[in-house]
Design a binder for this molecule. Structure first.
Ligand code: HAM
Length: 429
């Protein structure tokens, strides 16, 4: 009886070797850019106490209410697979007293996140983010630098057609005032809202703005059309103006979107989204904003912070459309030398020779299937090796290898002890 073939879960992806080289090439470009802005990498666990996300992203958000993977571990504790990293990094910042290091913490991360959304193009259940968090300052110039960094990362990935939209959601007092106003405007439509939104009306009215139900979306559109959604105090308006002025001075083009409230509760003041035509306007390549209350709310010191995350798979989609050669050049990375063995005795020597050449920094492989000479040469060509070293009875006897240049088709004999030097020079290792 045949068994059902097991497959990867819906919304998860295998990254095969043909694609991983492109990921590496892109990752290296982005890491170099992050280093230039003086960010250092932080890695936090994929598993966290579920309360961390309830208290930061927010209990009434879609992410926490509908999308988070939560399970009871063997000790009965409620554990979440992280749906995002900002909360984890703030937890780590507090837990390891990073504020005591006396300066702004500029941290970056790259890794998988988990959200049980309906899978579709650009929307996965396990996806990756590359993101930054700058914790320890409320300076509007930092907002400008962080947004400029988001732009610089996309530029480092070879993209030019990204668009940045900005808004300010104000301080906690502004948010409270705006929530009351929004509640009033939506109250007249209460009967037409979905059940979730009726409860959001009292628990967290901003989340009505993120609802994906078409009935609620229509009502939101009407309310947005009636006038400015968010009004901010003078200090928040000045902060926002300084951010925009600084961005203009840096030459980072952006638009303003006064209706943008992001789907996570922790944001205060500046919020932004980055879109790219490869994905359409609905799905952002990346997004972020300030969260000046979160560190204190999670038990840390009173301190401002701002960050963003780019969706890695969405970034790849944009690069595939605008600059496909970046991924594909990397995929064609060459091997240096393939050792072709012609006798059983030569195989043992070949194994040792491969080890020795690798120690010299060369990319080396050999046959492990006892194939014919022709098949081994075919394998060398398929693996994009530059050279093949033929090793048979006569080569072993004479202490040489027959070095075949696989592009030119020429071949010559080289003493085995000179092989490493010769190859290092030719392959520029
Ligand atoms: P977010 O807007 O929830 O923000 O996610 C940031 C980016 O992650 C999105 O713009 C998108 O590119 C990608 N993304 C989100 N969900 C999915 C999915 N299901 N499949 C594929 N890609 C996805 C945050 O996560 C915040 N932590 C960003 C931040 C950092 N704010 C301040 N600091």
């Amino acid at each position: 009886m045949g068994q059902t073939l097991l497959q990867a879960l819906r919304g998860t992806q295998d990254l095969l070797p043909g694609a991983s080289a492109g990921w590496h090439a892109l990752e290296e470009r982005l890491r170099a850019c992050l280093r230039a802005y003086h960010y250092r990498e932080i890695r936090t666990p994929l598993l966290e106490d579920v309360a961390l996300f309830q208290r930061s992203v927010g209990e009434t958000t879609d992410i926490v209410q509908k999308e988070m993977y939560v399970f009871a571990d063997r000790g009965g504790r409620q554990i979440a697979l992280r749906p995002e990293a900002t909360a984890s990094i703030v937890r780590a910042y507090i837990e390891h007293s990073l504020d005591k290091q006396g300066t702004l913490a500029k941290l970056y991360y790259l890794g998988p996140m988990f959200r049980g959304e309906r899978p579709q193009a650009g929307r996965l259940r396990q996806f990756h983010q590359i993101g930054v968090e700058a914790i320890g300052s409320t300076d509007p110039l930092l907002d400008a630098e962080v947004i400029a960094l988001a732009h610089a990362l996309l530029a480092a990935a070879g993209l030019r057609r990204m668009q940045i939209a900005l808004n300010t959601v104000g301080c906690p007092e502004d948010k409270q005032r705006n929530a009351a106003r929004l509640k009033q405007s939506l109250a007249t439509h209460e009967h037409a809202l979905c059940e979730d939104c009726r409860s959001r009306l009292t628990r967290n009215v901003f989340r009505v703005l993120d609802c994906k139900q078409s009935g609620c979306r229509n009502i939101v559109r009407q309310v947005v059309g009636q006038g400015p959604l968010l009004e901010c105090c003078a200090a928040c308006r000045t902060h926002f103006q300084m951010v925009k002025d600084a961005l203009r001075a840096l030459g980072v083009t952006h638009t303003e979107d006064p209706a943008m409230v992001r789907g996570l509760d922790y944001y205060t003041r500046t919020v932004f989204e980055v879109t790219h035509p490869a994905l359409g306007a609905k799905d952002a390549v990346g997004a972020g904003g300030r969260y000046d209350r979160l560190v204190a709310d999670l038990g840390g010191p009173e301190t401002g912070a701002i960050g963003f995350a780019l969706g890695w798979e969405r970034l790849i989609m944009a690069v595939e459309e605008e600059q496909p050669e970046i991924c594909h050049t990397a995929a064609a990375t060459q091997g240096d030398i393939f050792i072709v063995t012609l006798t059983p005795e030569a195989r043992a020597h070949g194994l040792a020779l491969a080890q020795q050449l690798r120690r010299e920094g060369l990319i080396v492989d050999m046959d492990f299937e006892e194939r014919s000479l022709k098949a081994q040469l075919r394998q060398a060509n398929r693996g994009s090796f530059a050279y093949a070293a033929l090793l048979g009875a006569s080569e072993l006897r004479d202490g040489v290898v027959t070095l075949k240049d696989l592009k030119a088709g020429t071949q010559e004999q080289i003493p085995t002890e000179r092989l490493a030097d010769e190859l290092r020079q030719r392959c520029q290792r």
